[in-house]
Design a protein around this ligand. Structure first.
Ligand SMILES: [Zn+2]
Length: 104
């Protein structure tokens, strides 16, 4: 499925159902030039969500002007911590960050 995302001043497209042929050995790819995030289709939920957070981390760093080559480990740590945090603090996240969009 494709999702339109706003990250900073830019419009990105995230596709979480990209074929194995396109993805080759990658679970996710962040294309800074075309503003696309591609996620391999068919991943189990936990891996898919961690991969989405990982690739979003790349997009966040890119929008902040960081050099992509230096951020891999930081993005890995942030994605793992974010997924764990979101799963362990669902009520906090929902009430604190999603209060204004609860009608969606
Ligand atoms: Zn990465």
């Amino acid at each position: 499925m494709k999702y339109n995302l706003t990250i900073g001043a830019f419009k990105w497209v995230l596709d979480d159902g990209v074929s194995n042929e396109v993805m080759e050995n990658n679970l996710g790819l962040c294309d800074y030039e075309n503003l696309t995030i591609e996620i391999k289709g068919g991943l189990v939920e936990g891996v898919r969500k961690a991969t989405v957070l990982h690739e979003l981390g790349h997009a966040f760093f890119a929008s902040a002007g960081f050099d992509p080559k230096e951020e891999e480990r930081v993005v890995d740590i942030m994605a793992a911590q974010m997924l764990s945090f979101l799963q362990q603090n669902k009520e906090f996240f929902k009430n604190y960050f999603l209060e204004d969009v609860k009608d969606i």
